[in-house]
Design a protein around this ligand. Structure first.
Ligand SMILES: CC(C)(COP(=O)(O)OP(=O)(O)OC[C@H]1O[C@@H](n2cnc3c(N)ncnc32)[C@H](O)[C@@H]1OP(=O)(O)O)[C@@H](O)C(=O)NCCC(=O)NCCS
Ligand SMILES: [Zn+2]
Length: 279
């Protein structure tokens, strides 16, 4: 079958122009979620994308999740251990894998839910993670008033929303990972399949590059909107697929409600979160 999307040729200059049009001028701290294929044919592939993003951000972060380390239970066999070089899961993408391959990139410790970062605040962002709060690097981005960039993907790839769920007090599941020669329990969230439901409550800056739509959001706007939405309707972001772990989370939230968690990186008053007036 012909892959028509590949026929659109995108140059590095077009990509630079698109990122500039979004206002990315090299001073922002940015988490990125991307689909390379969404552009059409990007000249230079993932290397071009990484180079261009680095030119337009002070700090570049991406999820570098490696689900192959997840264990079925605390006693089950360990199929894969985690290390600095562990391959990023295919459904997280080529860009984070390329970042991991950069010797100067930092990667956080979580065996399944690590983040990879380059640039100014990379050390701070990758240090902010725990087994109880795997998405805390987003909390650090929130404190830095950072941005989330979706490149040809929708909110189902938008990790910042998981951090909003965490703050709102959504129940978390438990998963097991090999760590330091033993086995550790880690918090693990519901799935993100229906995160597009947050879309109407957050306004992006938008640019088009080739066939790809780039959407840029303030992390604070995403997180605050998720907290606000869930406070009104705790089940709003859970999917309805009967086989999904979301149904277990649904039961837990029906039984025990939300238990909001403190914001470990709360902004100072002059950086108060944006009001979410649409809700
Ligand atoms: C799943 C996902 C990665 C798939 O996107 P994708 O574009 O197919 O995959 P990648 O970005 O990894 O890019 C690799 C693909 O780009 C294509 N490609 C290769 N070179 C290319 C080029 N120069 N230009 C354009 N596309 C190219 C290939 O089809 C390749 O797929 P293949 O390895 O199967 O051949 C993407 O949809 C996504 O969700 N990304 C965000 C993930 C995320 O951050 N999740 C957070 C979880 S909360
Ligand atoms: Zn689900």
């Amino acid at each position: 079958m012909l892959n028509l999307a590949r026929r659109v040729h995108v140059t590095p200059r077009q990509l630079d122009e698109g990122l500039s049009a979004l206002g990315l001028d090299g001073t922002q701290h940015l988490i990125v979620h991307s689909s390379l294929r969404s552009f059409g044919q990007l000249e230079g592939g993932a290397a071009t994308l990484l180079h261009s993003l680095e030119q337009h951000a002070a700090t570049l972060v991406a999820p570098a999740f490696s689900y192959q380390t997840l264990m079925r239970g605390p006693q089950s066999p360990v199929y894969a251990r985690f290390g600095r070089e562990t391959r990023v899961s295919r459904d997280i993408g080529r860009l984070p894998q390329m970042m991991v391959e950069r010797p100067d990139a930092l990667r956080s410790f979580h065996p399944a839910l690590s983040f990879v970062a380059l640039g100014q605040q990379a050390a701070d962002l990758t240090a902010q993670q725990s087994l109880d709060s795997p998405y805390s690097p987003i909390g650090a981005l929130y404190a830095l008033d950072g941005y989330a960039l979706l490149i040809g993907v929708d909110h189902s790839s938008n990790t910042s929303i998981h951090y909003g769920e965490y703050l709102a007090g959504m129940p978390l599941l438990t998963r097991y990972v090999p760590l330091d020669g033993g086995v550790a329990a880690s918090s693990f969230p519901n799935c993100s399949a229906d995160f597009e439901r947050l879309g109407p409550y957050v306004l992006p800056s938008i640019a088009y590059v080739g066939k790809s739509r780039l959407r840029l959001y303030r992390v604070r706007a995403l997180v605050d909107a998720a907290v606000c939405l869930l406070t009104h309707d705790p089940q709003a972001l859970l999917c309805n697929y009967s086989g999904c772990r979301c149904q277990q989370v649904r039961q837990m939230v029906q039984q025990a409600g939300l238990h909001p968690r403190p914001h470990p990186a709360a902004p100072s008053p002059q950086h108060a979160p944006e009001a979410v007036s649409q809700l």
